[in-house]
Design a protein around this ligand. Structure first.
Ligand code: HEC
Length: 145
């Protein structure tokens, strides 16, 4: 049995977390939104070059589309962050700053906001794995210049 006081405190914390940055108040809206999203591949293709454009297109973009686009896409771009502007290899390089910020938010479990649909552990691993690989590519290129 949870002490009533403790329950009240954790509920309050949850409610506060839920109101912050949330675009979808009602579960019905969330469900409708999730249903409209493309299916995310169950397991990322490990054979694609880590941090590459093909790996992004195949494994990463579907995850971003499902969990991030509705706040960081064409309709809303919270904090100026958009994940829908990656069109080719060059755009990954030009907009690397978006990923540098994203990996910090993902590691800190700050994005997606607490009440939004959360990526599975597999999806999270794919996201941070790809970003880390991309950061390594960018860093190596920077040293070579
Ligand atoms: C419900 C809306 C919502 C969703 C979904 C969402 N975000 Fe955000 N995001 C925000 C808001 C609001 C801010 C700005 C305020 C803040 O930082 O809390 C933000 C800020 C950010 C920033 C900027 C941080 C900085 O340092 O400036 C990044 C990066 C980010 N989000 C990444 C993501 C990623 C990655 C996902 C998906 C996995 C995601 N967000 C999903 C609402 C959202």
């Amino acid at each position: 049995m949870i002490p009533p006081g403790l329950l009240a405190v954790s509920l309050a914390a949850l409610l506060t977390a839920c109101t912050h940055g949330s675009s979808h108040g009602s579960p019905a809206v969330q469900t409708a939104h999730a249903a409209a999203q493309p299916a995310v591949p169950a397991a990322p293709e490990a054979t694609l070059p880590p941090g590459s454009w093909v790996a992004f297109q195949r494994n990463i973009e579907p995850i971003l589309a499902r969990y991030c686009f509705h706040c960081h896409g064409p309709d809303r771009s919270e904090n100026g962050i958009r994940f829908d502007l990656f069109t080719d290899e060059e755009s990954l390089h030009t907009r690397i700053d978006t990923f540098n910020k994203a990996i910090v938010m993902l590691y800190a479990s700050k994005m997606p906001p607490p009440c939004e649909y959360q990526p599975t552990q597999t999806e999270l691993n794919a996201l941070v794995g790809w970003i880390a690989a991309r950061q390594k590519i960018e860093a190596t290129a920077a040293v070579a210049r």
